[in-house]
Write a protein that binds this ligand. Structure first.
Ligand SMILES: Nc1ncnc2c1ncn2[C@@H]1O[C@H](COP(=O)(O)OP(=O)(O)OP(=O)(O)O)[C@@H](O)[C@H]1O
Ligand SMILES: [Mg+2]
Length: 609
């Protein structure tokens, strides 16, 4: 017999181990969907692609179930034949029995294959849909959500739906068929004897209900304990260096032991209680069988109300009958949790997408590259303004540097320029055209960005540099790598440009990663360039060399440079000093220094002049 709590929870933690702790806990807590109608409708949309296969599967389930029950009924007839009650010979019934059981097994195998195929097709489509959706969601979605939570929906939640569809669905239908059909057959044998079940079935149902109510919270606690422990391990792995630097190994270990012990205790209690269910339900079923035997025998002996054939049939059928009733109750709970999982998937699919471009939005054709922000106000949340009436003008074909203290709003300006977020008031124009009247993709294509957070994927160095410029030749890639001062390092590697970058590109240094992303940006021929702390991990000499190469490459293009290291920006055509969400000073390096304002303060703090 299937134990609900057992099947639904442990996997949730095991699979969500990559996710963070809170995710694991919430998925265990939300065991029921909130809106059934919504979930059913959405599920049906996916299933309706396979409706004919589903109908065939349903028909086969009914066929396989009834054949199985008929086999059992034939066993009763065979016993009757021994006693001389039936017309046919024992062998005749035995052969029929073998045929029924074999056919039922073959059909049920076909059926499983069909359901597995449908459910995997559905899961595959769901995963693609979710992935596609993720590509369309606004940047703010990813700023708010935990990565682990999203990954857990794409993998674990969809998998739960998949498993439930491929097994629970057939099980519930075949259990229903078994219960109904064996009940009908028993009714034709002896309506009186059915009365035994009036007592035993409610007992067994009440008992399973009682047990599952008691056990489910224990399994939930077990999941939570495992989640806690997983979270602790993740934290340790992420912070292993810090732990060693501060010499906290012993404390961390004792913390782990505590969590490990709590997990052990939760596991033991949950499973000790859970394993009680199977044997006890068996006992109730066996007792009910004994009652059927007792009353059946009385009916047989007392005036032949029941024949031996009838009695054997009834006893055999009653065994078939009572098992699935408890099973249905258990599968029901399984289905609940898989409906809740699919609800999470559908909620993700229904997240609001990046607002579509307005009708008639035009292509951006950069003629000179004049970028202007005037009186721009913006806040990530309603109550906390980040930019307060900021105005700036980046002259065409010039290098504009944005400097200012941490959290001043420099990156925010770029986020707005790329339309990752929309402004609250003011205007942003390129060559006099509002960016809000342009198609987002054409706006983004006009810019190349190099960010502080480098993003490299698993692939060779060549593939990583050529990302976004598909079809770039080896020579072109080498040219930009030379300009980005990374060529010599690359050719010193045994496999050169074909060196695969490992997961998270741990085999190269942070500065080298930045140089690769700069080379990548140099390869792209867009009209404007944004460097947000792009060389923060690179030494000063290399940084200067790169900026020169960059500037010569980006001649006649509008360039934004954001940097904390002011040596990077001294040669910029214009420096904008941003403080508390507004531009407080602007001019060339020399002008700003001579003003003796905030910039010169920043500068002298760095160089102590
Ligand atoms: N995605 C976000 N959601 C909410 N608030 C944010 C978000 N990004 C930034 N902020 C807030 O906006 C303000 C400006 O952040 P921004 O990233 O623009 O600063 P910055 O000038 O680039 O700083 P740094 O020099 O550290 O990169 C900060 O107070 C920050 O807390
Ligand atoms: Mg920033």
């Amino acid at each position: 017999m299937k134990n609900t709590a057992k099947t639904s929870h442990p996997t949730s933690t095991a699979n969500a181990s990559t996710a963070n702790t809170s995710t694991t806990n919430t998925s265990a807590a939300k065991a029921r969907p909130r809106d059934y109608k919504y979930v059913y409708l959405r599920l049906w949309k996916y299933l309706s692609y396979h409706r004919w296969t589903l109908i065939l599967a349903l028909t086969l389930t009914v066929l396989s179930g009834t054949l199985g029950i008929n086999g059992t009924a034939l066993a009763g007839e065979a016993i009757g034949a021994i006693a001389g009650e039936s017309e046919g010979s024992v062998y005749y019934y035995l052969i029929l029995m073998v045929i029924c059981y074999t056919a039922s097994t073959v059909i049920s195998y076909l059926l499983s294959v069909m359901m597995v195929s449908i459910s995997h097709k559905m899961a595959c489509k769901m995963r693609t849909d979710v992935y596609n959706k993720l590509l369309k969601l606004p940047v703010s979605f990813f700023d708010k959500k935990q990565t682990g939570e999203i990954v857990s929906t794409v993998t674990y939640d969809i998998n739960t739906v998949n498993e439930s569809l491929s097994t629970d669905f057939i099980q519930i239908v075949s259990s229903l068929v078994t219960v109904v059909y064996s009940f009908v057959l028993m009714l034709t044998v002896s309506p009186v004897l059915i009365l035994v079940f009036v007592v035993t079935i409610p007992c067994s149902l009440l008992f399973t209900r009682f047990i599952s109510r008691r056990v489910r919270p224990l399994f939930r606690k077990r999941s939570a304990a495992l989640g806690e422990m997983n979270g602790y391990v993740e934290e340790m792995i992420a912070g292993h260096k810090t732990i060693r630097i501060y010499g906290r190994e012993d404390e961390v270990l004792s913390g782990f032991e505590e969590k490990n012990e709590a997990a052990r205790a939760a596991y033991t209690v949950a499973e000790a209680n859970g394993t009680m269910t199977g044997p006890t339900v068996n006992l109730i079923n066996n007792l009910s069988l004994a009652l059927v035997n007792l009353f059946g025998a009385l009916l047989y002996m007392g005036g032949g109300i029941l024949t031996l054939t009838g009695l054997s049939k009834f006893v055999l059928l009653s065994r078939k009958f009572s098992g699935p009733i408890n099973q249905i109750a258990n599968i029901y709970a399984d289905i609940q949790s898989s409906l809740a999982a699919s609800e999470r998937v559908f909620h993700l699919l229904d997240e609001e997408e990046e607002v579509l471009d307005s009708e008639g939005a035009g292509e951006l054709t950069v003629t000179s590259g004049l970028v202007e922000l005037s009186d721009v106000s913006f806040g990530y949340g309603k109550d906390k303004p980040v930019l307060k009436g900021l105005s700036l003008r980046a002259e065409p074909g010039s290098v504009t540097a944005i400097v200012g203290p941490t959290g001043a709003g420099k990156t925010t300006v770029i986020n707005l320029l790329m339309r990752f977020y929309d402004i609250d008031s003011g205007s942003i124009t390129i060559d006099g055209v509002s960016i809000y009247s342009l198609r987002r993709d054409s706006l983004r294509r006009a810019f190349t960005m190099v960010l502080q957070d480098t993003w490299l994927f698993r692939g060779t160095i060549y593939e990583n540099v050529a990302y976004g410029s598909e079809g770039a030749s080896r020579e072109e890639v080498e040219r930009v790598c030379r300009a980005a001062k990374i060529h010599n390092f690359i050719i010193s590697l045994p496999e050169g440009y074909d060196t695969p970058l490992s997961e998270a590109a741990k085999n190269i240094s942070k500065g080298q990663k930045q140089l690769l992303t700069i080379a990548r940006a140099m390869l792209i021929d867009s009209s404007m360039l944004i460097l947000d702390e792009a060389t923060s991990n690179v030494d000063s000499k290399t940084e200067r060399d790169i900026s020169e190469a960059m500037i010569s490459l980006m001649k006649d293009k509008t360039v934004f440079v954001i940097a904390h290291r002011l040596s990077t920006v001294v040669s910029a055509d214009k420096i904008l000093v941003v403080k508390d969400g507004d531009v407080v000073e602007q001019g060339t390096h020399a002008e700003l220094l001579s003003q003796g304002g905030f910039y010169s303060e920043l500068y002298s703090a760095q160089f102590e002049i």
